[in-house]
Write a protein that binds this ligand. Structure first.
Ligand SMILES: [Mn+2]
Length: 399
């Protein structure tokens, strides 16, 4: 009997358990109409009984969180236990709400605890919605020589080797890819299982948040959402999306508004020092500034101190509605790269970010005069670098 193709939720799948055996114990090879599903099925079957580390980027977004959860539920079918781990912070209120309201089983491992972790209980690791470059866990799993079982991502391909690779830059969200696995019945969703309903809801949120509330969604993303609506909880989705802004985010937005300078339809704003756990206020402020009349691009930045890694950095976000402006190119050109060739900034369609470590000038901000001076230097330098691109003909004004 042929097994179900993608997109069906056929009853005959009840006859099959995922390791490829039917109820009579006769080995049956599952057939899929997509080679990726077949491949993942094969890899997961091979690793049955193991425990894997699923690595999220340091500041996981809804796409990463929901995709990792879906992967965990799929892997469970193959008797693989997955721990979903990130080392940074979830600080955006919407993401906190997502994790709390769904009870999503993600773990935060602070960087200071990594050396005391028991790495020997894992037989492999998995990268989802990233390829290792944005996680502090990557050097550890490399050092521990944990085999990379799978990489599932929609960012462009890095240099990573794994048993299973599904990297599709033409797809807008990793959650779309994971939803296709569900449609292909690597896990048969069930409306009566609360985790399935919550995960389907989280995946819709993941796709929404990587596609500007579906405005940039393409056929595959929309088909994935359509499928998920059979299982999701609309009330839960509304609660996740309706979270209010924190006071500190409001304060940062206020500062961004007050400090903004508009040149050639660009709105630039430095917000000074802010707490590390408030860093998500910066993209929110950029989202807000870009809504002003006659502004097509907003850049907001500030200085944060990262206690865990004892480093101070300038972080910033760019938002644009100008279709011809490529945030990735723009930020790479504006800020360049470090001596190792790593760019300080980058982006995707309509959004980007940058992070510039302060090195020797980091810390010792107790003296307010020094702190002000340092901020002014960075503020001026960032504006100069941006204005060079915004007004290529005019020399940048020094404030
Ligand atoms: Mn993503």
């Amino acid at each position: 009997m042929p097994m179900s193709p993608i997109g069906e939720s056929g009853e005959h799948s009840l006859l099959v358990i995922p390791n490829g055996q039917n109820l009579n114990g006769i080995t049956r090879v599952r057939q899929f109409n997509d080679h990726r599903l077949e491949e993942l099925h094969r890899v997961l079957t091979k690793h049955s009984g193991e425990r894997h580390l699923v690595i999220l980027q340091d500041f996981p977004d809804p796409d990463a969180l929901s995709s990792a959860w879906a992967y965990q539920l799929i892997a469970q079918q193959y008797d693989i236990r997955c721990d979903l781990v990130y080392t940074g912070i979830i600080s955006h209120q919407e993401n906190i709400a997502l994790v709390k309201l769904t009870g999503m089983p993600v773990q935060n491992w602070s960087p200071t605890t990594l050396k005391d972790r028991d790495w020997s209980c894992y037989q492999g690791c998995v990268f989802i919605d990233n390829q290792g470059a944005t996680s502090q866990l990557t050097p550890w799993v490399q050092q521990m020589q944990l085999p990379v079982i799978a990489v599932i991502d929609h960012h462009s391909q890095g240099e990573i080797a794994a048993e299973f690779i599904d990297i599709r830059p033409n797809i807008k969200a990793t959650a779309t890819i994971l939803t296709q696995y569900l449609q292909g019945e690597l896990l048969v969703l069930d409306r009566n299982i609360s985790d399935h309903v919550k995960c389907a809801t989280a995946l819709i949120h993941g796709i929404r948040s990587d596609t500007q509330a579906l405005l940039q969604a393409q056929e595959e993303d929309l088909l994935a959402v359509a499928y998920l609506t059979r299982y999701h909880d609309p009330q839960l989705l509304r609660s996740i999306l309706q979270v209010n802004r924190s006071k500190q985010a409001m304060d940062v937005i206020e500062r961004a508004l007050k400090n903004r300078m508009i040149q050639n339809n660009f709105s630039l704003s430095g917000v000074g020092y802010l707490r590390y756990d408030a860093r998500d206020a910066i993209p929110q402020a950029a989202d807000f500034l870009v809504t002003e009349d006659n502004v097509h691009t907003a850049v907001v930045y500030g200085i944060v101190y990262d206690k865990d890694r004892e480093r101070e950095l300038v972080i910033g976000s760019l938002r644009t509605t100008k279709l011809t402006l490529d945030p990735d190119e723009f930020l790479k050109e504006a800020f360049g790269h470090d001596p190792q060739g790593r760019f300080f900034g980058g982006g995707r369609s309509q959004a980007g970010g940058f992070e510039i470590p302060m090195g020797f000038l980091a810390g010792l901000n107790d003296n307010p005069n020094y702190a002000n001076l340092k901020w002014e230097v960075y503020d001026t330098q960032i504006k100069q670098k941006l204005l060079r691109l915004i007004n290529p003909d005019r020399p940048a004004p020094v404030t």
